[in-house]
Design a protein around this ligand. Structure first.
Ligand SMILES: Cc1cc2nc3c(=O)[nH]c(=O)nc-3n(C[C@H](O)[C@H](O)[C@H](O)COP(=O)(O)O)c2cc1C
Length: 365
């Protein structure tokens, strides 16, 4: 099957991506004390050289005491910014485009049994799991300061020269903790029984990010129904609820919705084959990115348990892209395993595609 659909340019605001392939954000924990090194810059440069249309960096955190849950996750403020500029410069020199994924982990725990938070934990209700309170809920001041810190990081992204910004609103981290009724039991304006109530924090973050980057830089928002705390959790059970959730975020200034699934082919609601990105594009009318097991025969949560995956056909994906179900396709592990994955797909060098093995998680090759 022709791969031409993947190699059409795509315009978002003033930014033209050369093709439809986005590198998915992947935490690597190779930034000692939060500062990205020249190895990190080289790792992203190799993906730019390999033909990726838009690189989204690993999650990098805003300036809040406990925004990260691992000391080697990169920060996005202070001393780290000149290092991020080197990353951007190397990617641009290789002809690539790059967006940081702006992150705050909220109450999501770090690796290892002995993990202790790096400061006062921010979360809507202090829950780590539904009904399991462990921390104090955020005060009104914490909420205001956190929204302001998101805005500041967006300004920094623009100043450093990034081409777009992605907000991490998925996978059960801080912004998603506000969306999810399981972790948001607040009774003030940041919570409430309806999805529209719980969307308000995300809306204010989007507005702050938009103000920080200005009108021209594209703002991408990553969302998921599933949570790392509960793979079966859902924010929206129906298309109407999806609109209740996403329309205010769209109005607040999101340009592209990045709809995270573990397997892109799974339908989001009964009665249609459309996936999460497909429904979002149809109902909200903004461009969308799909993701989840593209080009591989196993999914990524299993990869953390050590499972490898083999190359898989792209035909089903390309058929959906040709039908304009979504606009862009994010690829994670296939690009960890092989920086040249995009060029190989473009050139039909399928016999050169590599397996994804757990060893790829341990290096910045
Ligand atoms: C090592 C690793 C780290 C990840 N870190 C992040 C992250 O920082 N932010 C995020 O939104 N998703 C993260 N993800 C999820 C990926 O962006 C992607 O959605 C997932 O791997 C599915 O895509 P794939 O099947 O192509 O790998 C991570 C995935 C992997 C494998």
């Amino acid at each position: 099957m022709s791969v031409d659909a993947l190699f059409q340019p795509f315009k978002i605001k003033n930014l033209t991506l050369p093709n439809r392939i986005v590198m998915a954000p992947m935490t690597r924990s190779f930034s000692p004390n939060g500062i990205p090194t020249s190895d990190v810059a080289g790792y992203y440069r190799r993906r730019a050289e390999g033909g990726v249309g838009l690189i989204v960096t690993e999650g990098t955190v805003i300036e809040r005491p406990a925004a990260r849950n691992d000391v080697n996750v990169p920060v996005f403020h202070g001393e780290a910014l000149p290092q991020w500029k080197s990353v951007v410069d190397e990617v641009h020199a290789a002809g690539g485009l790059i967006a940081p994924q702006i992150w705050h982990v909220g109450s999501a725990r770090g690796q290892g049994a002995d993990w202790t938070p790096l400061g006062k934990v921010d979360s809507p209700s202090g829950f780590t799991l539904p009904g399991k309170a462990k921390y104090e809920p955020m005060t009104e001041e914490d909420v205001a300061d956190t929204i302001a810190a998101f805005g500041k990081s967006a300004r920094a992204a623009r100043d450093v020269g990034f081409d777009a910004v992605e907000i991490h609103g998925a996978h059960g981290y801080l912004i998603d903790q506000f969306f999810w009724g399981g972790l948001n039991a607040r009774e003030d304006r940041w919570g409430g029984p309806t999805i529209a109530d719980r969307t308000r924090f995300g809306v204010e973050v989007v507005k702050a990010i938009r103000e920080g980057v200005g009108d021209d830089l594209p703002v991408i928002l990553r969302l998921s129904q599933w949570k790392q705390q509960d793979y079966a959790a859902r924010i929206a059970e129906t298309p109407d609820q999806l609109v209740e959730w996403l329309a205010p975020l769209s109005d607040a200034g999101v340009d592209v919705f990045h709809c995270s699934q573990r397997r892109f082919w799974e339908p989001e609601f009964e009665g249609s084959d459309l996936n999460f990105a497909g429904w979002t594009k149809k109902l909200i009318g903004k461009p969308t990115i799909t993701v989840g097991s593209v080009g591989l025969d196993g999914e990524f949560i299993a990869a953390f348990g050590g499972e490898g995956s083999r190359p898989a056909s792209l035909d089903g994906l390309i058929r959906r892209l040709e039908n304009e179900e979504f606009d862009l396709v994010a690829v994670g592990r296939a690009l960890l395993a092989d920086p040249q994955w995009v060029n190989k797909i473009r050139d039909g060098r399928t016999s050169e595609l590599q397996n994804f093995e757990r060893e790829a998680l341990a290096t910045l090759s």
